[in-house]
Structure formats: structure tokens, C-alpha cells
Design a binder for this molecule. Structure first.
Ligand code: SAM
Length: 291
């Protein structure tokens, strides 16, 4: 049987079921088996690995995951795809499709039930582009015990996730993800491998969980408040942003100046120039006055 992801087989499947794409659900299906192989290679799957997929579509990537991983659990929001998946994935007995909005699902609990024997979990997906960041943040924040994430997303978001300090892409998203994960862009993907073609360029990113968070902070929630506040207005100085954004920041300007001095950070610098270590020092110095 030909791969689902060949252009001819994809067209045949879509025609057989009279399927029409829903742009609002970010439905851009992959039609290039080589790209799928590169994705599964990047995820370094083995039969001892479990794979969690978000948005299987008609099963193009799911099929490659089923061939290389021990078990696949895939969350699909669009009910119209369920009978199609039952058909296209019928040769594989190690796939479980869950009809749920991944943003509403109790992913941690489902994963615990579904992967009793496999402790080597990877999230692998061609994400729906309208919700890439909320999906990644949900997976990170809800304690789903995966080792890493290999996902296709907009190149612009991939650039922000893996950005280093001092670049225009570096911001609170880079920090939120790099705090937990080592992030790198694995490869860039041309628009031509999708049906229909998206309007933006795409990339595959690889995130691997760090054994410990990248920096030590006294309070994680406050650390993220400080990083978000520092980028609220990118052209403003760190002092300006913190004064305007932190609760009672204006009244507590002296405490902010004191904390900046304690953390050895010039108040006239911009957020984008601070490393994770500097943000951690700053958040820890500010915490007694704002925590
Ligand atoms: N994996 C397929 C492929 O690569 O050809 C399809 C990828 S397509 C970019 C995104 C898929 O995510 C679609 O099947 C869409 O219906 C599904 N989807 C969109 N929003 C979702 C959500 N909130 N929860 C679960 N699936 C979602």
C-alpha cells in the first residue's frame, strides 16, 4: 500500500470521503513521505518509545509514527476525520485516536492510562498553526511526562522559540520554553509539501526536556511574570517596563532599582539583551518586594 502522504493517495482519500478542508482548524495536510521520515528520524523513535500526536488529519504522520514507535495516541478535534482514520490506519494495531480538543483534554491523565509500559514518550505532530503556542505551553505546564517534542509549526514561531539573547526574535516565549527544554530548529520546510499550501513558511523544532530547569529561581510564576513584563514594550528599557508592568511598580520604583543593582543589571538595558541567568538573578532580587 502506498503511503497516505503521497499526493495521489491523499487526493484519493479526500475524494472518497468528500472531505473539505477547514481553514479554521489549521488543516494543512502533509503530502511528502520524505518530510515525514525526516520528522520521525528527528524524534529518534524506537519500538520502546510512545508517541503522542496532536491532529492526525487523515493519518499521514500517524502512519509513520505507528511504524517506528511502540504505540501512538493521537488527539483529533474534527469528527469528520474519525471514519477516515479508522480506514487509513486499519493496517496498524498500535494506534489509538482520541476525539478531543487537545486544549481541553486531560492529556496527563490520558497519557498515564495509555502508556503504562512505555516511559520514553515523545510528542510528534504537524501542529494546527492557529494554536501552536497554547498547545506547547499546555504540554509543558501540565506535567505531561514526555522526554521531548518534535513539531512542525510556523517558521516565525520556531525562530522565536529557539532564539538566543540579543536577537529580535528573543522574547518571553523563548524564555518560557528554554527554561524547561533545550530548543533547536531541526529543519525548514517548504510550503509545497502541504495540501492546501499554508501562507507562511514552516519549520520543525526539536525540544528536549532538561534534567533540571535551565536556571534556579525562587518562584517560577514570579520569574515568568518578570520576563513577560520585561518584554511588554520591546523598545522600552527594563526599568521602564518593570515599573509599568509589575503590580504597584510605580510606587516601588526604588525597590526595582535596588534589585537591578543587586542583580548587576544596568537599568537602561532592554529585556532582549538579558540572558536566562540574568532574568533569574533579577527575579530572585525582586521577589522579596513583589512576591
Ligand atoms: N497530521 C496531519 C498531517 O500532517 O497531514 C494533519 C496536520 S493539520 C496541520 C492539523 C490537524 O490538527 C488537523 O487534522 C486538525 O483537524 C487538527 N486540530 C486542530 N485543532 C485541534 C485541537 N484543538 N485539538 C486536536 N486536534 C486539532
Amino acid at each position: 500500500m502506498k503511503d497516505i502522504a503521497t499526493p495521489t493517495r491523499t487526493k484519493e482519500i479526500l475524494q472518497k470521503y468528500g472531505f473539505s478542508f477547514k481553514k479554521s482548524l489549521g488543516q494543512n495536510f502533509l503530502i511528502d513521505p520524505n518530510i515525514l521520515r525526516r520528522i520521525t528520524d528527528t524524534a529518534e523513535l524506537t519500538k520502546d518509545t510512545g508517541a503522542i500526536e496532536i491532529g492526525p488529519g487523515i493519518g499521514a504522520l500517524t502512519e509513520h509514527l505507528a511504524r517506528t514507535a511502540g504505540k501512538v495516541v493521537a488527539f483529533e478535534i474534527d469528527q469528520r476525520l474519525l471514519p477516515i482514520l479508522a480506514d487509513t490506519l486499519s493496517p496498524y494495531d498500535n494506534v489509538n485516536i482520541i476525539h478531543e480538543d487537545v486544549l481541553k483534554a486531560d492529556v496527563a491523565q490520558i497519557v498515564e492510562q495509555e502508556f503504562v509500559e512505555l516511559d520514553n514518550l515523545m510528542v510528534v505532530a504537524n501542529l494546527p498553526y492557529y494554536v501552536t503556542t497554547p498547545i506547547i505551553m499546555k504540554l509543558l505546564e501540565e506535567g505531561v511526562p514526555f522526554k521531548g517534542i518534535v513539531v512542525m509549526l510556523q517558521k516565525e514561531v520556531a525562530d522565536r522559540i529557539s532564539a538566543r539573547p540579543g536577537t529580535k526574535e528573543y522574547g518571553s516565549l523563548s524564555i518560557a520554553i528554554q527554561y524547561y527544554m533545550e530548543a533547536e530548529t531541526a529543519f525548514i520546510v517548504p510550503k509545497t509539501v502541504f495540501m492546501p499550501q499554508p501562507n507562511v513558511d514552516s519549520a520543525v523544532i526539536k525540544l528536549l526536556r532538561r534534567e533540571h530547569p535551565a536556571v534556579e529561581v525562587d518562584n517560577e510564576k514570579f520569574f515568568f511574570t518578570v520576563t513577560r513584563s520585561s518584554f511588554a514594550q520591546r523598545r522600552k528599557t527594563i526599568l521602564n517596563n518593570l515599573t509599568n508592568q509589575l503590580p504597584e511598580g510605580k510606587a516601588k520604583k526604588d525597590s526595582i532599582l535596588e534589585a537591578l543593582s543587586k542583580a548587576n543589571i544596568d537599568p537602561s538595558r532592554r529585556g532582549e539583551s538579558l540572558s536566562l541567568e540574568e532574568f533569574a538573578r533579577l527575579a530572585n532580587a525582586l521577589y522579596p518586594a513583589f512576591g
